[in-house]
Design a protein around this ligand. Structure first.
Ligand code: CTP
Ligand code: MG
Length: 197
């Protein structure tokens, strides 16, 4: 039982580790954002903004850059992290699958880091596009869209480079709304965001 639990714990950590460039991109867009909106203030044919003032060029580029840099740091620490995970695998006698997946996840590439970050912010943009079509003003909450838009597209973009197994995808889709909510509440109290979602 303890082994099953510890195997699951390692999988959760690996899943979160995998998606870090997307989390960083999404989170740091809030910090680097400001200035010209991506849609340049233009309207869609339904008379509402294409993306709205919450999606800025600086936020997008700054976010992708920060997510990419997070991936580069992951590349540097990969050998150390791998040593640690391999030890856990031996100690707990985990199955071979987790071993193969852990290699796939730990040894990232610049292209994967870039795609995860780009995918994350592309999803974020698509989420805002959908929100405007649903007549939700910038900053209004849209449950599930707000929490899952970026993760779905990050997973999709990343999948071209690293086809992680479905367990990891499920873990991330279930866990991300929770992490997103906690992160936004913290950002709200740090006065980085005006609303806690
Ligand atoms: N941000 C940005 N550019 C981006 C993404 C985010 O400048 N490409 C910044 C904006 O200041 C935005 C904040 O990060 O207000 C929070 O992002 P998010 O919650 O995704 O945007 P909202 O303002 O809530 O707008 P929307 O309703 O479109 O989600
Ligand atoms: Mg929002």
């Amino acid at each position: 039982m303890a082994d099953v639990l510890s195997e699951f714990a390692v999988m959760v950590l690996l899943a979160i580790y995998y998606i870090i460039p997307a989390y960083v991109a999404n989170g740091l867009a809030v910090v680097t954002g400001g200035g010209k909106p991506i849609d340049l203030g233009r309207y869609f044919r339904d008379g509402r903004r294409i993306f709205g003032d919450g999606k800025t060029i600086r936020g997008f580029i700054g976010g992708v850059l920060c997510g990419f840099l997070a991936g580069i740091i992951q590349m540097i620490i990969a050998p150390y992290l791998n040593g640690f995970i391999q030890q856990l695998i031996i100690v707990y006698d985990f199955n071979k699958v987790i071993s193969v997946q852990s290699q796939l996840i730990i040894y990232t590439t610049p292209l994967r880091a870039f795609l995860l970050a780009l995918g994350g912010l592309t999803g974020d943009l698509i989420g805002s596009f959908i929100k405007r079509r649903l007549n939700l003003e910038r900053g209004r909450p849209a449950p599930l869209i707000d929490q899952l838009d970026f993760i779905c597209f990050a997973l999709l973009f990343g999948y071209f480079i690293t086809p992680i197994s479905v367990e990891y995808i499920i873990i991330l889709i279930v866990l991300t709304p929770v992490i997103h909510l906690i992160a936004n509440i913290i950002a709200y109290y740090l006065k980085l965001k005006s609303v806690p979602w």
